[in-house]
Write a protein that binds this ligand. Structure first.
Ligand code: BGC
Length: 338
């Protein structure tokens, strides 16, 4: 063989090897997934984490492909999360599953993933569109915040139409409410706050806002705020609208401490403690995302990325990138349970 021929054969071999990454289906018997959670003490995220661990085992049993889930908590620091991503890449993770700490600053994660050619499935905290558009191998699994808020508002609208006296507790023709909001930087907080109230207005529920505050999704912060509001407006609060179940539970804690009864509290998520409070009637209602489907979408998408396959058809992606998980209203049935 001439030197030129040897060179051409070597070059062809190199090209073949480099084409085995993204876009090529691979025969793999194990997949390593690097998962980073924005915090380890968030109730909703913890619910998702447990279901993910169960489903990964189930997938492993069914497919015979070993799933190595390396789950890390970023403790609310984008810096920590960026370092975790670097470590995942150095450990040869096939794909990353990221719950961003700062959804406005996902560029660090994306830069590293793109350089290494490792696809990313983001979830729950939606990176900005500009970042998501940077690469074809970035996906997002979440919940449509406006839809959530409209469902949350609708449950009060329906109740008010059927039993106005159970919402307008003092019968003065106005429903006086307080609002508990999540983190300001989170896409869900602003949209949920705006659209739940708008839905009440559109549904002709006569509402009046007493006050509101940011409790960053946290039960203890919400409880402290609610305690303050009960002291300031002792007999005015008729409804507590909360951006999530954990803050709703914080409000319930404060109401119970102050021995105030009858106030309606509504949340969002359908977390395990949220559903318990719903069952006992302490929480009037919640909007519950289908968490099984949410996690299946994350896992199936992740696995298809790792195997270099097309995204699974059972989870239709809008713009080829976003999977929006269905959700439903769950309400404590007053008539049935009393
Ligand atoms: C959930 C909250 C959760 C937050 C974390 C929201 O979508 O409703 O319960 O704390 O995501 O990012």
């Amino acid at each position: 063989m001439t030197k030129l021929k040897i060179f051409l054969v070597l070059a062809a071999c190199l090209l073949l090897v480099s084409c085995q990454g993204i876009g090529k289906e691979e025969e793999k018997n194990s997949i390593r997934i690097g998962v980073s959670l924005y915090r380890g003490d968030d109730t909703f995220i913890n619910n998702i984490r447990s279901i993910m661990e169960e489903k990964a085992k189930e997938y492993e049993r069914q497919s015979g492909i070993k799933i190595i889930l390396d789950i890390q908590e970023a403790k609310g620091s984008q810096n920590i999360q960026n370092n975790q991503v670097e470590r995942f890449i150095s450990l040869d993770c096939d794909v990353l599953c990221i719950n961003p700490v700062d959804r406005m600053d996902a560029s660090g994660v994306i830069d590293k993933a793109m350089t290494a050619g490792v696809p990313v499935v983001f979830f729950n905290r939606q990176p900005v569109e500009e970042d998501m558009n940077r690469w074809d191998h970035l996906y997002y699994v979440g919940v449509d915040a406006k839809e959530t808020a409209i469902l949350q508002g609708k449950m009060v609208v329906d109740l008010y139409r059927e039993h106005p006296e159970s919402v307008d507790l003092n019968g003065d023709g106005v429903v006086s409410y307080v609002m508990l909001e999540g983190e300001t930087s989170h896409q869900d907080s602003l949209i949920r706050t705006e659209w739940s109230v708008q839905t009440l207005k559109d549904g002709k529920v006569p509402i009046e806002k007493i006050t509101g505050g940011i409790a960053n999704w946290e039960r203890s912060q919400a409880s402290a705020l609610m305690e303050q509001w009960i002291a300031e407006y002792p007999s005015d609060i008729e409804l507590v609208i909360s951006n999530n179940d954990d803050m709703a539970l914080g409000a319930i804690d404060a109401l119970e401490r102050a021995q105030v009864t009858g106030v309606n509290v509504i949340g969002i998520d359908g977390t395990t403690p949220g559903l318990e409070a719903l069952e006992s009637g302490r929480l009037l209602g919640t909007v519950s995302v289908d968490k099984e489907l949410y996690v299946s979408a994350i896992l199936e998408l992740t696995v298809s990325c790792a195997l270099g396959q097309e995204p699974p058809e059972e989870y239709p992606l809008s713009d080829g990138t976003y999977y929006w998980t269905p959700q439903e209203i769950l309400i404590h049935r007053i008539e049935e349970n009393q």
